[in-house]
Design a protein. Structure first.
Length: 581
């Protein structure tokens, strides 16, 4: 038996039976080894003449296949079944969106030819067809899926027990598809594929191994060398920005900044500072400073970008929409909540006018409005906004990270209000949704365990608190996020739990870990850093080390004063701690 059949015998027999019984229409099969399957089907399909057409053999310069091409392939002498495979190459050559829309448009014309067509595509492109070519996909009479043969002693990356769905699954398949194609290419032909890989990696990195990060770094190095050896003009702005964004995600922001500044100079010199593209690059510069926790500089770039968009009467799309969302976060950091709410209301009015009140973007805005009310201390209004967002999302049928986040947010509100039963119920819903979308070992699960620890803490079960936090810490190591704010938060909570367990010395060690991370993550003044200094102060006081208690409390007070003013509740509350004798 051909090893390609291993694990696919039943599916293959179903395909042969189906193709043997019908004479016209469209069927689909997905596989990473389409050429081998096409030849095997041609060989094994009895009583039918099978014609093969491999998209890889087409002249790329001829452009997208037209209906005349499909008629030509169907006109092969005596052909009963026409297998057209490697459709994913159309996406690679002409763009994914353009390819699926083109195929979708030709659906009726292809069916009217009167022959039986069997289309072959990669797993990613098959998923893309299901999203972007719904007319074509829904009319396919049969769908077949062939898994890749893997030796028993080799673990197949896909067979890891995870049930990843929605847009995340599509992006994951895209990353694998483009990475595979990049490895098959050589020279300059790799660069567009590298760029697509880098874009996808930024979306799915939480579920990928550390080796993938190393591979992306190598792609970024080669892509950077390619562009450094050429004159960068306005036609490659998006590609260069993808490279710069990747360097930020790889924690080498200065390398990203080089490209941002280069393109800023280029746009300023050729188009001027009033052009929309200049606003686009300002948004990226603002994001760079935001990641460096330099919120003053970030705010200045965002405000300049917004001003340019408004002067150009730019519709609320893409970068303009994105910068408004980021600007709202900066308003929230400064406790200018009315300004933040005004932005979310403005965006909701735009989304409603354009897409209707039930669109997914409104759910995003409602979730953010919930954050604002929670930060203002109005838990009732926050819960109302979260639940409104959740209802809208569930009605849409979409499952994505927002669903997990909303269950988390609702659980946290119930926890803060002391409703432990509802807090636990929503935490379990968050866990179930997260495992379904991203897997049980996803980076997102550490937040779930952190939340569970909070519920157990309110129930007075310090042992269970520590158990949940240890699970969360193991996940930060496994998902390579041990140097993130999420890890710092877990260290901080571990310190608090150990204080409750009357183990202040161990608590101090965990607070120190949290502080070390936060000082590294937040370059400027930050409330997270201040709260960690404050926790350390209390821990040192508990072991009667008043000197270190005062040192840490003063540092916390100085940060709160810089952020909120000397009369803020946070700063005032620490005054008596700073004068201990």
């Amino acid at each position: 038996m051909d090893r390609i059949l291993s694990g696919n015998e039943e599916q293959f027999q179903m395909l042969l039976m189906a193709l043997g019984e019908i004479d016209s229409g469209i069927c689909l099969f997905q596989s990473e080894e389409q050429s081998r399957w096409a030849m095997l089907i041609q060989k094994e399909l009895k009583h039918k003449n099978v014609s093969l057409h491999n998209i890889a053999e087409d002249d790329e310069k001829a452009g997208m296949p037209l209906i005349a091409d499909f008629k030509k392939w169907a006109a092969a002498p005596g052909a009963d079944v026409v297998i057209v495979y490697n459709l994913q190459l159309l996406g690679l050559r002409f763009g994914d969106r353009e390819a699926v829309e083109h195929l979708n448009f030709m659906r009726d014309q292809i069916q009217n030819i009167g022959k039986l067509f069997l289309f072959g595509a990669s797993p990613y492109f098959d998923m893309l067809l299901s999203r972007g070519a719904r007319d074509l996909y829904s009319c396919a009479r049969y769908h077949f899926k062939f898994v890749k043969w893997t030796p028993e002693d080799v673990i197949n990356e896909r067979d890891d027990g995870r049930e990843i769905g929605g847009n995340y699954a599509l992006e994951m398949e895209k990353y694998r598809e483009y990475k595979k194609r990049a490895q098959e290419k050589a020279g300059e032909g790799q660069i567009p594929l590298y760029l697509e890989c880098m874009k996808s990696w930024q979306q799915v990195r939480g579920n990928l191994s550390l080796q993938e990060k190393a591979d992306i770094r190598q792609m970024a190095e080669q892509t950077e060398n390619y562009y450094r050896g050429r004159e960068v003009d306005l036609s490659v702005l998006e590609q260069v920005w993808t490279l710069a964004d990747t360097w930020l995600e790889l924690e080498e922001p200065e390398r990203g900044m080089y490209w941002y500044k280069l393109t800023e100079d280029k746009i300023r010199g050729e188009l001027g500072t009033g052009h929309k593209l200049y606003a686009d690059v300002l948004v990226r510069l603002g994001e760079y400073y935001n990641m460096a926790s330099n919120y003053v500089q970030s705010e200045q770039y965002y405000d300049r970008a917004i001003r340019i968009y408004e002067e150009n009467n730019t519709s609320l799309e893409e970068e303009y929409q994105d910068v408004l969302m980021k600007r709202a976060i900066l308003y929230r950091r400064k406790r200018q909540y009315d300004h933040a709410l005004a932005i979310y209301e403005k965006l909701m009015q735009y989304y409603t006018a354009r897409y209707g009140s039930g669109n997914i973007e409104n759910a995003v805005c409602l979730n953010n409005m919930g954050h604002v009310w929670a930060e203002m201390g109005d838990l009732s209004k926050a819960l109302s906004k979260y639940q409104e967002s959740l209802s809208l999302l569930l009605a849409s049928g979409q499952k994505n990270h927002l669903l997990c986040a909303l269950y988390n947010n609702i659980a946290a509100l119930y926890l803060d209000s002391g409703d432990l039963d509802n807090a636990w119920r929503n935490t379990k819903l968050a866990k179930r949704a997260t495992e379904s979308l991203y897997g049980s070992d996803s980076v997102y699960m550490s937040r779930i365990y952190n939340l569970m620890a909070g519920v157990w803490n309110k129930r007075g079960r310090v042992d269970r608190v520590l158990e949940c936090l240890e699970k969360a810490l193991r996940l930060t190591v496994k998902t390579h996020t041990a140097n993130t704010e999420q890890a710092a938060s877990i260290y901080y909570n571990m310190g608090n739990a150990l204080m409750q367990a009357n183990d202040p010395l161990r608590a101090i060690s965990f607070f120190h870990r949290a502080l070390k991370l936060r000082l590294k993550i937040y370059v400027g003044q930050n409330a997270m850093t201040a709260s960690t200094y404050e926790a350390l102060g209390h821990a040192f006081y508990s072991i009667n080390d008043k000197k270190k208690c005062v040192e840490n409390m003063k540092k916390a007070k100085d940060i709160y004063t810089a952020l909120y003013g000397s009369d803020s509740p946070e700063a005032k509350e620490l005054e008596h701690w700073c004068v201990l004798s």
